[in-house]
Design a protein. Structure first.
Lengths: 894, 293
């Protein structure tokens, strides 16, 4: 502990003077009115009056004075060591994506450093190593007093792109205010590129460096997942650590629900790890993002777009009997090529078109006039993608002019290249033109075409050709038809006519084609996609920063994120593409501490605590006590004054409204059944406190502090309503507990059973429904029916139509109306909306648990449902007549 | 009897305030046995006293014909006159002090001295009226009250600033009447002497009831206290009240003894009542003192 103004402690020397003054000055006399004063006049006491201040009062006053003096000397607890140097201080703060994890600790550490700078009466300048959203170049701020800088520090946010070491080094080199300067560095722990050495040298050139180091784990980066046949492989990259760890990855849909969660085990020393996310294709196509559990950050969110969606693809062969024959069947290669990234379906055309399907592939199946062609034509015009492969049958049909669903008109017969009786040689593929959907794919030299169908030359043949052979004859042609398109491969889908199906190119070409499907016309590569929503440093989507500009569609794969291209969603609604931070970022590498720097832990530089204000407050409290005592000594402390003072003191200390009362028999209160999981129990307690306060505020009912109850031990009959959160690992009920609960419910008690796992919160508490089934089997719960707005519970105080808690949408179950036992009051209400979490209030009166999908309205409705529930428990079916009002009115009308 | 609307309104307002006081007075009075009636002689009255033979000169209207018929003798020997007991009412003058010193109570005592004085006065009046006496308030031009319905009028008088000017002045009192005064009698002895002397000259006898707060008799304060009087006396700064308690008690005792001596010399009675004691005892004392006269 140090004193900022130690000379003020000299005031302590004046304390004996205070003591002497207090001794000399007697306390003021009490004042009394008295009618018989006539007899008192002239009466003089024979003994001398000891009109002294009592010693304890004197001690109290001396203590007050001493406290005030010490407080004014401004003591500081946990003061850090003084910084070296005398001149300005350069505070360098990494605010790239990796700093989002532990951002508060980083800024706190920076604030603690600034405290020491301020105490030394030095000025400071700030350098942020990542550009801000305006795209302005990195610069050192003006040197300013610490108070001004602190205001800026509070407003800082991490950025969703990496720190720029080279630019930062340049900025430091351009800072000239170096007379006696020293540098403070709060790093994010990553190299963030190659310039770290230059950066470190630039820092050292400023002066002595103090680095907050080594006790904040560097961030984990979530990489874009890899699509596999039936799963997504989530991947994380991180600085290798000495101990094994686990991270959870949540797969979320657009409305914020978590559809799946996977745990990735990170072995010790590994820099990358992965884990599968298993989901049925329909659900998987609804995923919009993967989120790393833990502190939010741009590095722990990966946005998903169409590229990760699996599309249903139908396969239809001309020769059904031999279609699947290994190596020679017409769809054998197609199946293997498409399996990893699509959902394959087989069957006849009518069956396939019954379900939604994105792509239909016909392997050498001519489409002659008939119902099948009409159905396919209608489907294509609505947006389907029809891929056709040529073959002997197609060639024959083309010769007869009976197949018209082709991009180009075919010449009769086919063209043979190479072979024993031919001079010509098999032909390879020409590189793909820029406008082709296959643009950018490498053409392997070993792909040769030996036989193909030929297109009839026409004016628009070139524009319809998307892939051609070296000699210029079309290999793949396509034509839009309505909202969809028809693509023709001029070769077969097996290896009879070419070696294309056996090459990796075949897979890539099919993938490109499938990506075009579902009406998602791939934006032309040259089109600019404007940023729609971009992430901030904490991974939250929002308005793009001012510097954000559009991005060419074909450069998404090669563009690193920057203020101009922040990670986020780009392009129009139907062709949205995502730019992910992790897609174009170097492997995270741990940055070594700057050589020669003084290292400090962020905990060591924990915020200094100034004791002046608390001491002064204590002195003030003692002064109040002294005033009360003096009033008492002078007889002025009437009961009313005392009550006022006591009230004043009480209001400052006890602001909580709910009273604790030892006896549940005399006061109404809610109870929750102890689930055994302390987290769940704490939420239940906080929730019932919040609900009780809400009920006290809104109604004439007075509820006291809720109780934890254990069936079989606590007397349940004293509680009108029991809240029972189910934990997944809840132990089975003992016979005594079952008997107690059954007895409670049969005598009019109400139990609200909450699995905390339904509606928008499905998956939050896995296993609770099974636990409820396991536990609840022995309970006498009557037949249940869904709770509707016609039920008394929906009208016992507020008129409600849904019953959300923290989650919404889950069905709530109550006793069927037909049961007349207990006056139709349902003994059990079963749901999974996690009501307690919605009702819960923290110690400072806020709501610690966010509602899903969110909004104050949902919170209010949750409270209203709770209030209705309490009213229902307290008044039974009293409001039940309200339900019958329409019927009664109708009867009266007759 | 004509009354202005304002008078009526005031009476109503008074009536609204009065009942608890009257009821309390009636309750206290009813606990004391009543019957200060007859003069044990023949005279004007309602109750039967004796039959006597008719003598010439008696008015015929006073003959009790039933008794005469029962005697069976001839007239005028058999005629009987019905005589009633003489019930002459005594006039009692009442006064109570309402000065500032009476409007005081110490901490922990529920009533002020003046309220207790009012209660005693009204309950004594109730008692006297039930006994058929005449009550007159000790002030100029006071009208006597003879029946119980006049109790409200007494209350109105009490409420109208009666007795706020210290001891009663020169009021003409009925001779051979009885005077009852309620006060704390913390006035100088000379004033009391002059007052009693004035009464004795009329002549009037009666009773002085000193009403004191327990704090005035016990002086329960402690420590350093500055005492302020209620009637613009000087202040008294007592450094240590405990030490003067006995001296104070002696002074008070001497004062009371002096009043008692003055009273007994003029045929007056003197009693002390503390406001923390029940009012019934004081009323009984008064009752006995008045009946013994």
């Amino acid at each position: 502990m140090i004193f900022v103004a130690p000379w003020l402690l000299a005031g302590l020397a004046a304390l004996p003077l205070v003591w002497w003054l207090l001794r000399v000055t007697p306390p003021a006399p009490k004042s009394e009115s008295f009618p018989a004063i006539r007899f008192l006049l002239g009466l003089n006491a024979t003994e001398e009056t000891p009109a002294r201040t009592p010693w304890w009062l004197m001690a109290l006053r001396l203590l007050t004075a001493a406290l005030a003096i010490v407080a004014l000397a401004r003591p500081v607890l946990d003061a850090g060591t003084a910084l070296t140097g005398k001149g300005p201080v350069l505070l360098v703060l990494d605010n790239g994506w990796a700093a989002a994890d532990g951002w508060v600790r980083r800024t706190d550490a920076a604030g603690a450093l600034l405290d020491r700078v301020e105490r030394a009466n030095r000025k400071a300048a700030l350098l942020l190593t990542a550009q801000d959203g305006s795209g302005a170049p990195i610069r050192v701020s003006a040197t300013m007093p610490v108070a001004d800088l602190r205001a800026r520090l509070v407003a800082l946010q991490p950025q969703p792109w990496p720190s720029d070491r080279d630019a930062s080094a340049d900025a430091i080199a351009g800072w000239h205010d170096r007379q006696g300067a020293s540098a403070l560095y709060v790093p994010d722990g990553l190299t963030d590129g190659d310039g770290i050495d230059r950066f470190a040298n630039a820092m050292r050139s400023v002066g002595p460096v103090t680095e907050v180091c080594c006790d904040i784990a560097s961030a984990t980066l979530l990489l874009p997942p890899v699509s596999e046949a039936d799963r997504l492989i989530a991947r994380v990259a991180l600085v290798p650590r000495a101990v094994a760890a686990h991270v959870g990855v949540l797969a979320q849909s657009g409305d914020g629900r978590t559809l799946a969660r996977t745990e990735i085990a990170i072995p010790a020393g590994a820099g990358e790890a992965s884990g599968p996310i298993l989901l049925p294709p329909e659900l998987r196509n609804r995923l919009t993002r993967l989120v790393l559990e833990g502190p939010p950050g741009a590095g722990s969110v990966v946005l998903l777009d169409e590229r990760w969606r699996r599309r249903p693809v139908g396969l239809l062969s001309g020769d059904l009997a031999t279609a699947d024959t290994p190596f020679t069947g017409s769809i054998y290669f197609l199946k293997r090529a498409l399996q990893p990234f699509t959902e394959l379906r087989q069957g006849d055309a009518a069956t396939l078109l019954k379900r939604d399907i994105s792509v239909l592939i016909l392997a050498d199946r001519p489409l002659t006039a008939g119902p099948e062609r009409d159905a396919l034509q209608a489907w294509v015009r609505k947006g389907g993608l029809l891929i056709r492969f040529a073959g002997p049958r197609t060639a024959e049909a083309a010769a007869n002019d009976t197949d018209t669903m082709l991009p180009v008109k075919l010449l009769a017969g086919d063209r043979q290249l190479g072979g024993a009786m031919s001079w010509s040689k098999p032909v390879g593929l020409a590189p793909f033109a820029a406008g082709s959907p296959f643009a950018g794919l490498a053409v392997p030299a070993e792909v040769k075409v030996t036989r193909q169908v030929l297109a009839e030359p026409a004016a628009d043949l070139a524009s319809r050709t998307t892939a051609a052979l070296e000699d210029g004859t079309p290999l793949v042609t396509e034509v839009p038809d309505g909202a969809g398109r028809v693509v023709l491969f001029h070769v077969t889908a097996n290896a009879d006519w070419s070696s294309l199906p056996m090459s990796g190119l075949f897979v890539d070409m099919l993938r490109r084609l499938v990506d075009l499907s579902v009406g998602v016309a791939s934006p032309p590569g040259s089109s600019m996609l404007a940023p729609v929503e971009t992430m901030d440093g904490f991974g939250t989507l929002g308005q793009p920063p001012p510097a954000a500009v559009g991005l060419r569609a074909d450069t998404f794969a090669s563009t690193p994120v920057s203020p101009h291209h922040p990670p986020g969603l780009y392009g129009p609604e139907n062709g949205r593409q995502v730019l992910n931070l992790a897609a174009r970022i170097a492997e995270p590498q741990a940055a070594p501490p700057i050589a020669g720097a003084t290292l400090e832990t962020s905990r060591g530089s924990s915020r200094e605590r100034a004791l002046g204000a608390p001491l002064l407050a204590l002195a003030f409290v003692l002064l109040c006590v002294d005033m009360v005592l003096s009033l008492g000594l002078r007889g002025l402390l009437r009961s009313r004054v005392a009550a006022m003072v006591a009230l004043l003191l009480l209001t400052t200390t006890a602001s909580r409204a709910l009273e604790a009362s030892p006896s549940p028999a005399t006061d109404t209160r809610l109870g929750y059944i102890v689930s055994g999981d302390s987290t769940v129990d704490n939420i239940a307690k906080a929730g019932l406190e919040g609900l009780s306060e809400f009920v006290n505020r809104r109604t004439a009912a007075t509820l006291f502090e809720p109780d934890a109850v254990t069936p079989g031990e606590t007397d349940l009959s004293l509680y009108p309503l029991l809240y029972w959160p189910i934990a997944a690992d809840a132990p089975d009920l003992t016979p005594a507990q079952i008997a107690a609960l059954n007895d409670y419910m049969s005598r009019g008690g109400i139990v609200l059973i909450d699995t905390r796992d339904s509606g928008s919160g499905a998956g939050f508490a896995p296993g609770t429904e099974e636990a409820l089934q396991r536990i609840g089997r022995a309970l006498n719960i009557p037949p249940l029916a869904p709770l509707t707005s016609e039920h008394v519970l929906a009208r016992s105080f507020y008129l409600l139509s849904d019953f959300p808690g923290r989650f919404t949408g889950g069905t709530v179950w109550v006793q069927r109306d037909q049961d007349r036992a207990n006056d139709s009051v349902s003994p059990a209400i079963v749901g999974g909306n996690d009501w307690a979490a919605a009702w819960a209030i923290g110690p400072d009166g806020d709501n610690p648990y966010a509602v899903l999908p969110g909004g104050q309205r949902q919170r209010l409705l949750a409270y209203r449902f709770g209030l209705n529930l309490v009213m229902y428990a307290l008044t039974g079916n009293y409001k039940g007549d309200q339900v019958h009002v329409p019927a009664i009115l109708q009867r009266l009308g007759q | 009897m004509t009354q202005t609307p304002a008078d009526t309104l005031a009476a109503e307002a008074l009536g609204a305030r009065l009942p608890p006081l009257l009821v309390a007075a009636g309750r206290v009075a009813s606990t004391v046995a009543q019957g200060v009636h007859g003069r044990r002689r023949v005279g004007q009255g309602d109750s039967f006293w004796q039959f006597r033979r008719f003598v010439t000169g008696d008015p015929l209207s006073r003959i009790d014909w039933r008794q005469s018929a029962k005697s069976g003798r001839d007239a005028p020997d058999g005629w009987f006159i019905r005589e009633t007991e003489w019930e002459a009412a005594q006039t009692v003058c009442l006064w109570r002090d309402a000065s500032a010193s009476m409007r005081w109570r110490s901490r922990g005592v529920p009533v002020e001295k003046r309220d207790r004085a009012n209660l005693l006065l009204l309950s004594l009046a109730s008692l006297l009226l039930r006994g058929g006496e005449r009550i007159i308030m000790m002030q100029e031009d006071a009208r006597p009250v003879t029946n119980r319905s006049g109790l409200e009028r007494l209350a109105a008088v009490l409420d109208s600033g009666f007795g706020t000017d210290g001891l009663p002045g020169n009021v003409r009192l009925p001779r051979h009447g009885t005077a009852v005064l309620f006060s704390d009698f913390l006035t100088p002895l000379d004033d009391i002497q002059a007052l009693i002397a004035g009464f004795a000259a009329v002549p009037v006898t009666g009773y002085l009831m000193q009403i004191l707060d327990p704090a005035e008799t016990d002086l329960p304060y402690r420590g350093r206290v500055r005492f302020r009087g209620l009637e613009s006396e000087r202040e008294a700064m007592i450094p240590r009240v405990e030490s003067v308690r006995s001296a104070y008690a002696e002074r008070l005792k001497a004062h009371q003894d002096s009043i008692a001596a003055i009273c007994s010399a003029a045929g007056f009675g003197f009693g002390v009542h503390r406001t923390d004691h029940p009012p019934e005892t004081a009323l009984l004392t008064l009752y006995q003192a008045l009946t013994a006269r």
